[in-house]
Write a protein that binds this ligand. Sequence first.
Ligand code: PLP
Length: 382
Amino acid sequence: MKNSDYLYLDHAATTPMREVALKAFIEAENEGYANSSGGHNLSRKAKNILEESREQIANVFGAAPNEIIFTSGGTEADNWIIKSLFIKGISPNSNLVTTNIEHEAVLASAEWIKLNDYKVTFAECLDNGIVDAEKFLSEIDESTIVASVMLANNETGIVQPVHNLIKKTLEKNNETLFHSDVVQAVVSKKIDFHKIGIQSAAISAHKIGGPKGVGAMFLNNKFKLPSLFHGGKQELERRAGTVNVAGVASFAAALKEQQENFDLEINIIKKEKEIFETIIKDNFNVKVIGEEEERLAHISNIQFENINSEVLMVDLDLNGLGVSRGSACASGAQKPSHVLEAMGIGKDNINNHLRFSFGWSTDSGDGKKAANIVLNSLENLS
Ligand SMILES: Cc1ncc(COP(=O)(O)O)c(C=O)c1O
């Protein structure tokens, strides 16, 4: 639920939970509190809730139910896919090809593989924020066991040519597992994994009005992955640990409402973002990152000339507007954004950006209200 006194434009970090998701959580916990792996009547209830939710989520993404494995979120799914094939006994030439604009969940997993002496390539993006396809593809060889490119970037919203990259990657090596982090893309794009050709994906519930700490991995039936966790035989022996049935039911309910209201919500998000960007551009010297490219409807990353983003962010917060500098993990750490650095933004401007992210709880009028708060702060700070 949203807090109406404070204008929240940090939906890319997380979203308020939808009423239906809260309700589904409580109902599932009341009815299906038993362990979904047990053998009695109450366990069967929990198992039914779990499997119905799985089927519903799978349908949204054009997947088979057994291609959806529940996780604790996007980070776990990314870690699992990126790391799990790099195990003892594989060819020492085995390599991973990814990009330098991925979320930290992918980048840090890739660094871990490197520590284990496997080759990892972080293909660069061009200054427009789009992965350099030629460089990426030139790194794919017969030993590439995993390739990973996010469908859209969480800091800039810039959409990546994943369909094309998958096609060309598989032409070079049809054994490669092509992973895509779709955590942000799900917010404002309809996605069919099989149609795009994505073979595994990371999904997270809390970006679309579902609960935090719940997500899923999509894994094409063609592939088998060793479990990242060791323990029980849950999730068809692919992910050990008692399943968070209420969380999953809540995730399914949030996704259902998001899909049913998709056009309505995206139209408001698009309109409010456009109003916001237009007012800001008309009144201050700014650059909208990725403006020329295809961007997710909900993300607006803005560079303010001669304004330190940390200072601006604090002032906006004091004036009732919540935004962030980039990904939630990087903000607070005062570290310049690796995504903006990858786009060639130099040290003169690297600390002048804020990410404004709209979402399902955005209302008509929020774009203008936010722009006015920003302009007031800019006037105070200039
Ligand atoms: C692109 C992307 N990948 C992965 C994650 C991590 O997802 P989770 O918070 O569910 O672990 C996020 C969340 O910020 C994200 O934006």
